[in-house]
Design a protein around this ligand. Sequence first.
Ligand code: KG4
Ligand code: ZN
Length: 341
Amino acid sequence: MEKPVYILGIESSCDDTSASVICDAKVLSNVVANQEVHSKYGGVVPELASRAHQQNIVPVVQQAIEKANITKEDLSAIAFTRGPGLMGSLLVGTSFAKSLALGLEIPLIDVNHMQAHILAHFIHDNENKTPPFPFICLTISGGHTQIVKITNYFEMEILGETIDDAVGEAFDKSAKILGLPYPGGPLIDKYAQLGNPKAFPFTKPKVGDLDFSFSGLKTGILYFIQKQQRINANFIEENLHDICASIQYTIVEILMEKLRNAVKQTDIKHIAIAGGVSANSEIRKRLQLAEKHFGWTTYIPKFEYTTDNAAMIAITGYLKYLNNDYSNVSVTAKARLKVTE
Ligand code: KG4
Ligand code: ZN
């Protein structure tokens, strides 16, 4: 029997410090330390994020190894997020991964965060099904909104993407207008459960082909709220559920319309979602309905593999490890990195 492969994944691209150990494609541990420090600023403060990563990285990695019930000498390789992300944050994970790999004399593997969100679908878990190639993935996070065609693990093509804000930003900035703390996406989702999605119609952007635009929607929401507040100062408090449901409905409508276009253009009906916004209950519901209505097969990740996590970095590292695709120790973090790089 072949020796099991243990990969330690390290993720520090934005405001979550995470470490995970996987054995072959099974997750043994996935520890995430969120940074509370940003909520009062209404967004991630890069300088504070990198400082918090420095405090968190050693205990988070230690916990991941302990929870996996292995010792660091059992590790076969170390995978880390090279980019895209905030430079100061990426540097913490990159430097730590390099030092540990050098110390343990094991391979170092750099991982593209955007590929990792997509490849999280290949984690072996009794509950999830794995998409066949080719498939389409809608990657929706705080920093990205893309429709990607995946022909093989590392053969990806961007079919469409946002020309301005990411969909997560649309959620977070709308939440900020409503006075909700950062990150507001999960709160909009929560309040939307009790609201009427058709209460307030917001104009959908007109943008070509498979691309997205969210900045106009955010401005539209701001002007609408300001106008209503001039008539009724308590407008937000009295209508919070309906406002959230209407915002969420409009955003999900935009995403679903583009996905339908992508299916039409490519004739691929295996549809996956990835990234933090794929935790949203409405997009999950609509995708399940699409199985019935349009004959799609949909792939929806478990909650813990949607928002930033190191298990997705570890699985991507594992797939690269199988190809002997290792990094040189002179590899550097890269703040801007395309999913195709
Ligand atoms: O993938 P992620 O953790 O970080 C980035 O790489 O950006 O995504 C974070 C984004 C935030 O904008 C957050 O508000 C959004 O995902 N998000 C949600 C939900 N959960 C997280 N947006 C809408 N509904 C949710 N349930
Ligand atoms: Zn992410």
